[in-house]
Design a protein around this ligand. Structure first.
Ligand SMILES: [Zn+2]
Length: 104
């Protein structure tokens, strides 16, 4: 059973990555479709109970579920108050995401 779970999780992760890659290709010509891909990826993530891969985690809005593209649907600012972090604002629903930056 654990083996089956791993297989399901692997397939889910592959599909999630593929959907995000497709969304990043299509957003310039069809933003609605890009949003739809992100929505599907998140549904797969929930159904299969796998996390969205780290590199895609800042790519969607937790408020409206839309894709976040800097300069298109999102505004990104770097702030160094206290610890250094970036602030991403969704331009469609106004939600902010605050994300710390690790400096090594
Ligand atoms: Zn939003």
């Amino acid at each position: 059973m654990a083996q089956r779970r791993r297989l399901v999780a692997d397939i889910a992760r592959q599909r999630i990555s593929r959907l995000f890659e497709l969304a990043l290709e299509i957003y310039k010509t069809d933003l609605d479709l890009a949003d739809r891909y992100v929505e599907l990826a998140r549904k797969i993530s929930m159904r299969a109970r796998v996390r969205i891969p780290r590199r895609y985690r800042l790519l969607y809005c937790k408020g409206c579920g839309g894709i976040l593209i800097p300069g298109v649907t999102a505004r990104v600012r770097v702030r160094s108050l206290r610890e250094k972090h970036i602030v991403i604002k969704c331009l469609r629903c106004g939600r902010f995401i605050r994300h710390p930056i690790q400096l090594r």
